[in-house]
Write a protein that binds this ligand. Sequence first.
Ligand code: AP5
Ligand code: MG
Length: 211
Amino acid sequence: MRLALFGPPGAGKGTQAKLLVERQGLTHISTGDIIRHAIRAETPLGQEVKKFVDAGQLVPDEVVWKLAKQAIANEGHDDFILDGYPRTVPQAEWMEAYLDEQDASLHAFVSLVVPDEQLVDRLSKRRVHVETGETYHLDFKPPPADIDDAMIKQRSDDKPEKVRERLAVYKEETQPVETFYRERGLLVEIDGVGDFEQVYERIVEAVQDQA
Ligand code: AP5
Ligand code: MG
């Protein structure tokens, strides 16, 4: 099955993608993870995009499309879950044209709906393991006691002023992508409030007839 998980920063895209990968055998394609990896490794790409991520801005469409296309091509177009892509209308148009050519259109575009106050709480209390990338939340999924504290960090774009900027960018540049997929009949809206398992069950139930 080919899915895209959509939603504002902190909606739970990464959290739900991980569950779908573990339980449904899909491959996870996260442009945010690819970008952060390039920044950590200080590759030329990482150096080029760092300033956008640090400012809470989107990386230019051409750059991200190249990364996403490469990742999708590597997966062989059959079973994947996109997390954080597409995030602008041009990104969606380019990807759809490419997937149509490959006879591999998305089965569903899943939008996680979560109110702003809750997004801010989730992001301010998110912590990430620097090596494994495992994501925690100080209240809902605290890091296990046996993990060295020094390995658990806050993402640089989770500082309050960056979160505000990311939410503003989401509303301005990203939300219109929902209309694009509504018009294609692929939009599935999911209530993203509730515990991790409840949200997961809602997604699985909603997409099972789409494949
Ligand atoms: P990216 O890494 O994709 O960040 P994002 O979209 O802002 O989303 P997040 O990863 O912050 O949130 P999430 O929805 O994955 O939430 P999570 O599951 O972690 O992108 C980062 C940057 O890269 C962008 O700003 C941009 O610069 C660049 N970029 C990436 N893709 C791009 C593109 N296509 N075009 C241009 N630029 C691009 O959950 C959040 C927290 O909440 C966690 O602590 C989690 O434990 C907790 N949580 C999750 N679910 C629940 C629940 N149900 N109840 C309570 N807590 C929960
Ligand atoms: Mg994420």
